[in-house]
Design a protein around this ligand. Structure first.
Ligand SMILES: [Fe+2]
Ligand SMILES: [Fe+2]
Length: 274
């Protein structure tokens, strides 16, 4: 079984790049399931109904999130709509809209949210880190333990974590903490891909960060000039989504053995379109 996971989809350029690449990569990589981090899908920050619909129509089947998940015009209602396969980090404060983990079934050949214990085959978990974040989140480690207790009852075959964090030290430490307990820990948030993809000793596929899908000539998706001024003058500046093309597309392809349900391969995918 193959899962194709796209990193943070950044604004309109990210959506355009996704629309362009999905048919091509569906044909060449033959993924069974497509997941994307959508925390930046609407104008670089948050969720909107139209942007979410656009990436679902492009072929994304599950949307994960991060620190920007609660922003955007309809974020609350989109996250609270239990028919939509959208998750946001579980360790956000209690009372935040939405869900931090969702079970799916896939063996019918169609990916569906599962509503009883018997058909829970895929568990998608979203967690957020505590280092270099603007807000203070609960422990992702404790949230992870709580979710895995629930998974002991539902027994999904595949467990995938979108691990949305900034510091590579925190990200890698969590990877080791989760090794052997989940199928994959996929890092998001920095918008810059790391080259440390690997299968950890107890069988968990790991990468610190997938990187984004967005404008290539940018500062993590945003326009360059005002970002230079911001760091040069150490003063706040309004920064907009950078223009594209060129686009950059970053994803990972997971290969999962259908007997052991362990990841056998994690491969980085990257394409720049001029
Ligand atoms: Fe992001
Ligand atoms: Fe983020």
């Amino acid at each position: 079984m193959k899962i194709l996971f796209f990193g943070d989809i950044f604004g309109r350029p990210g959506r355009e790049a996704l629309l362009h690449i999905i048919p091509e990569w569906k044909a060449s990589l033959k993924p069974d399931i497509i997941i994307a981090n959508g925390e930046n899908v609407s104008h670089g920050a948050g969720l909107s109904e139209s942007s979410v619909n656009e990436i679902f129509q492009a072929g994304v089947q599950i949307i994960t999130g991060g620190n920007h998940s609660l922003e955007g015009s309809n974020a609350g209602s989109l996250l609270n709509d239990e028919h939509l396969p959208i998750v946001r980090p579980e360790n956000m404060p209690e009372g935040s809209p939405g869900r931090g983990f969702v079970y799916f079934s896939f063996s019918s050949g169609e990916l569906r949210q599962s509503h009883d214990n018997s058909d829970s085959e895929l568990l998608v978990i979203n967690l957020i880190g505590q280092t270099h974040m603007r807000f203070h989140y609960d422990s992702p480690f404790s949230a992870f333990e709580r979710i895995l207790k629930d998974a002991e009852i539902k027994k999904p075959k595949v467990i995938l974590v979108d691990w949305h964090a900034d510091a590579s030290s925190e990200k890698i430490a969590f990877g080791w903490f989760a090794d052997g307990r989940v199928t994959a820990v996929i890092g998001t948030h920095t918008h810059t891909p790391t080259a440390d993809e690997r299968i950890l000793p107890k069988g968990t596929a790991f990468i610190s960060d997938v990187g984004m899908v967005g404008p290539h000539f940018s500062v993590i998706g945003q326009e360059i000039e005002n970002n230079i001024k911001r760091v040069l003058l150490q003063a706040p500046r309004k920064v907009d989504v950078a223009s594209a093309p060129p686009y950059e597309i970053n994803a990972v392809l997971l290969d999962i053995d259908e007997i052991s349900w362990k990841a056998t391969k994690i491969e980085r995918q990257r394409k720049i379109i001029f």
